[in-house]
Design a protein around this ligand. Structure first.
Ligand SMILES: [Cu+2]
Length: 463
């Protein structure tokens, strides 16, 4: 076999063989699509085990992981708008786990509340109604104090809802619709994942492989990019490849936005829905996706994924001029202010409005049907460690970013959002309407080491 093994493709969904070492010698796997165990007229039924697995994240080395279904990234669930999904997760770990569907409008007892855990050996059924527009969601562990380590060690996967409007849009689909999860990691000399100093996480994994390659035809692809890091900010760039952003966290934008050549800053948990056009590239050529180091003490730009154009193909997909209108913003009647910060005296404790998470305390009571504006502020401007970055994630529903410190939203704030960065000393104003389920839901910093340390609040939607 050649040193670069570029002519030795493996079927999508299979882990890299790792027979050749060095950058761009392992093919990027596409997470396998989970098959339902039953289908009824209106429901797809799934079973998925949470279990340990030794996986080849780095060529030739086995890494102990905590997984959904034995793969890292876990299997993709492909749902359809208006068609219910039931998933029974069985916990085969020796510790508690649970599952939050990030971006899902779901009943409170299916939201993966941090205190609603699945005990070792037990199972729990989650109901996902999918009564929301098509979007790129993901599922991950959310058990209290453990979510950062659990997600870091592998417990995450994609959940894609196809909107009722999507087939007529004729966006790239099937094998040309590729979910890509990007995150950082640190390995010990034996290949074990080190969940320690975040600044030491010096490896970027793309669908669970370091510096993989991915074969593409010279045509358009839909790439759904997730920052699945627990903490790290990414700054991605596709170089000169034509890139249009068609969606963000909560689904499609009103129209594609040409973002060719621009950086894509992406906080942990945020998603990008992109159409990338490889048709201008010759067969045999390569294109790099790069990331610029963030929070690691260096600002190097490093290639993280190599696209290899290996064939020409007829492309019947389109990049439509219009996609999906955004819902109107009704007038807001309630305003709330939240400040995210740390108490750094002793063991760091994450705070929202000065208080760490308490499952027995409801921080915000919200009447169903209300439209609210939340001003979220990062109060950690001058700690003993310097300024500290935070982000904000709202469960249950999306919000729209109105402004940042009175200035227009950033390019990454467009569309229906559920996760946004909140840089030190800044405020972001968000507007959301709480119109579907009742019960208790979380909001928190989505830098999971921060939420694991308590930087979460609880809201209760009431009639
Ligand atoms: Cu934070």
């Amino acid at each position: 076999m050649s040193a670069l093994a570029l002519g030795d493709p493996e079927p999508p969904g299979q882990p890299g063989r790792g027979s050749a070492k060095g950058p761009f010698s392992v093919r990027m796997p596409v997470p396998p699509t989970l098959r339902p165990v039953a289908r009824t007229e209106d429901t797809d039924v799934y079973r998925l085990d949470i279990l340990p697995a030794d996986l080849e994240l780095q060529a030739g080395v086995r890494t102990p992981c905590l997984t959904f279904g034995g793969s890292f990234v876990g299997p993709t669930i492909r749902a359809r708008e208006g068609r219910r999904v039931l998933v029974t997760y069985r916990n085969r770990l020796p510790e508690t786990a649970n599952v939050h569907l990030h971006g899902g409008h779901v009943p409170a007892d299916s939201d993966g509340h941090p205190m609603q855990v699945i005990d070792p050996g037990a199972e729990r059924r989650y109901e996902y109604p999918n009564r929301q527009p098509g979007a790129t969601l993901w599922y991950h562990d959310h058990s209290h104090h453990l979510e950062a380590e659990h997600v870091y060690r592998g417990m995450h996967g994609f959940y894609l809802i196809e909107g009722e409007d999507e087939s007529r849009l004729r966006l790239p689909s099937g094998e040309y619709d590729v979910p890509i999860a990007i995150r950082d990691a640190q390995f010990d000399p034996n290949g074990g994942l080190v969940h320690g100093d975040p600044a030491a996480r010096n490896v970027i994994l793309v669908n669970g492989r370091s510096k993989p390659w991915f074969p593409v035809a010279a045509r358009k692809y839909r790439l759904r990019v997730l920052n699945s890091s627990t903490l790290r900010y990414l700054k991605l760039n596709f170089g000169s490849l034509p890139v249009h952003q068609i969606g963000s966290d909560g689904g499609l934008l009103p129209a594609p936005v040409d973002r060719t050549g621009t950086d894509f800053p992406l906080a942990a948990g945020e998603r990008l829905d992109l159409v990338v056009d490889f048709s201008g590239l010759a067969v045999g050529s390569k294109a790099m996706l790069t990331n610029q180091g963030q929070f690691t003490g260096d600002d190097r730009i490093e290639p993280v994924l190599c696209f290899t154009v290996d064939r020409r193909e007829r492309d019947r997909s389109r990049l439509p001029g219009t996609l999906r209108p955004l819902p109107d913003l009704p007038p807001a009647t309630v305003h709330r202010e939240l400040t995210l910060s740390f108490d750094l005296n002793g063991t760091p404790v994450g705070l929202v409005n000065g208080l760490p998470f308490d499952a027995d305390r409801v921080d915000q009571r919200i009447r169903r049907g209300t439209t609210e504006i939340w001003t979220v502020t990062n109060g950690d401007t001058a700690t003993k460690y310097g300024p500290i970055q935070h982000s904000f994630h709202l469960h249950l529903t999306e919000f729209r970013v109105l402004d940042r410190d009175g200035r227009p939203p950033l390019p990454g704030d467009i569309g229906r959002k559920d996760t946004v960065p909140v840089p030190p000393g800044t405020s972001v104003r968000l507007q959301a309407t709480f119109d579907d389920y009742l019960g208790r839901y979380m909001y928190h910093c989505h830098m999971l080491e921060h939420s694991s340390a308590g930087m979460m609040g609880q809201m209760e939607i009431v009639d």
